[in-house]
Design a protein. Structure first.
Ligand code: ATP
Length: 270
C-alpha cells in the first residue's frame, strides 16, 4: 500500500536548467531548501532556524513539481512524493498512518525531500459541516503538523507542499514552524515563455525559420505545461508530413489546434 500511495525517486534527473521563466522562484527554493540541507552549520552559526516547510502555490502546470524534483536532484536527496488526495482516507487512522509512513520512509532515505502535492485536500479551511469525514481529514492534518514539528531533530529532511488553491487553505498550516515559506509560482511572462519554448525544443530538429520570440508573444496565458504540449504537437505535424525538421508553421498549427480545443472545452463547461 505504501508503494502505491507514494512515489519515490532515489535520484531525480530534473535540473534547474530544465526550468524556464521562474528564476526568482528557483532562487527562493534553493535558499529555503538547498542551503539548509547542504550547509546546516551556516544556519546554526547565524542562529536562525531554516524555514520548516515551503509552500509553492500557483496555477496548474507552472513547474511546482519540477522545482521540488530539481532541488532534490541538486542536493542528492531522495524525492518522495505524495498527493494530498491520497491522504484523505475513509477509514479512521488511515490518513495519519500514511503520514507516519511518509516521514518514516524519509528518515530511512535521508537526505530526502518530501513533496506533498494538492495539500489543500488535507488542509482546507474548516467547513461548518461536522461530518466524520472532516474530522478524519483534520486528524491527518494534525499528524502532518506534528511530524513537521518533530523532524528538526531528525536530520536531513525537507518538506515542500504545493497547491493550486491557496485561498482554500486553513491559516493554521501557515503559522511559523509549519509551512512558513510561501513561494508563488505564476504562469510565465513573455520572456519566460520564450525560455520554456527553447528548453522544450532543445532536442528537436528546428527549422531556420522558427521565430521563438514571436511565438512567445502569441502564447498569452500559456503555462509551462501548455508550452510543453505545444512543442510536442508541433513535432507531430512534422512527422505526419514526413519531414525531419519542425517549422514555424508547425508551431502555428499546433497553437491553433490547442486553442480550438480549449474553446470547445470552454463551451462544454458552459
Ligand atoms: P500541477 O499543479 O498541475 O501539479 P505543477 O506546477 O506541479 O502542476 P509540473 O508538474 O512541474 O507542474 O509541470 C508539468 C510539466 O510542464 C513539466 O514536466 C514540464 O514539462 C512542463 N513545465 C511546467 N512548468 C515549466 C517551466 N517553468 N519550465 C519548463 N517546463 C515546464
Amino acid at each position: 500500500a505504501r508503494a502505491q500511495a507514494m512515489e519515490v525517486d532515489e535520484s531525480p534527473t530534473v535540473t534547474y536548467s530544465d526550468i524556464g521563466g521562474i528564476d526568482e522562484q528557483v532562487r527562493e527554493v534553493r535558499e529555503a531548501v538547498e542551503d539548509p540541507l547542504v550547509n546546516p552549520e551556516q544556519f546554526a552559526k547565524v542562529g536562525v532556524d531554516p524555514p520548516s516547510g515551503v509552500l509553492l502555490h500557483g496555477p496548474p502546470g507552472t513547474g511546482k513539481t519540477m522545482l521540488a524534483k530539481a532541488v532534490a536532484n541538486e542536493t542528492d536527496a531522495t524525492f518522495i512524493k505524495m498527493a494530498g488526495s491520497e491522504l484523505v482516507q475513509k477509514f479512521i487512522g488511515e490518513g495519519s498512518r500514511l503520514v507516519r509512513d511518509l516521514f518514516e520512509l524519509a528518515s530511512e532515505r535521508e537526505p530526502a525531500v518530501i513533496f506533498i502535492d494538492e495539500i489543500d485536500a488535507v488542509a482546507a479551511k474548516r467547513t461548518d459541516s461536522k461530518t466524520s469525514g472532516d474530522a478524519e481529514v483534520q486528524r491527518t492534518m494534525m499528524q502532518l503538523l506534528s511530524e513537521m514539528d518533530g523532524f528538526e531533530d531528525r536530520g536531513e529532511i525537507r518538506i515542500i507542499a504545493a497547491t493550486n488553491r491557496f485561498d482554500m487553505l486553513d491559516e493554521a498550516i501557515l503559522r511559523p514552524g509549519r509551512f512558513d515559506r510561501l513561494i508563488e509560482v505564476p504562469k510565465p511572462a513573455v520572456e519566460g515563455r520564450e525560455q520554456i519554448l527553447r528548453i522544450h525544443t532543445r532536442n528537436m530538429n528546428i527549422a531556420d525559420d522558427v521565430d521563438f520570440e514571436a511565438l512567445a508573444e502569441e502564447l498569452d496565458d500559456y503555462s509551462g505545461a501548455d508550452i510543453a504540449s505545444l512543442t510536442t504537437e508541433a513535432g507531430m505535424y512534422a512527422i505526419r508530413d514526413e519531414r525531419t525538421t519542425v517549422t514555424h508553421e508547425d508551431f502555428e498549427q499546433a497553437r491553433e489546434k490547442i486553442e480550438a480545443s480549449d474553446d470547445d472545452s470552454d463551451a462544454a463547461a458552459r
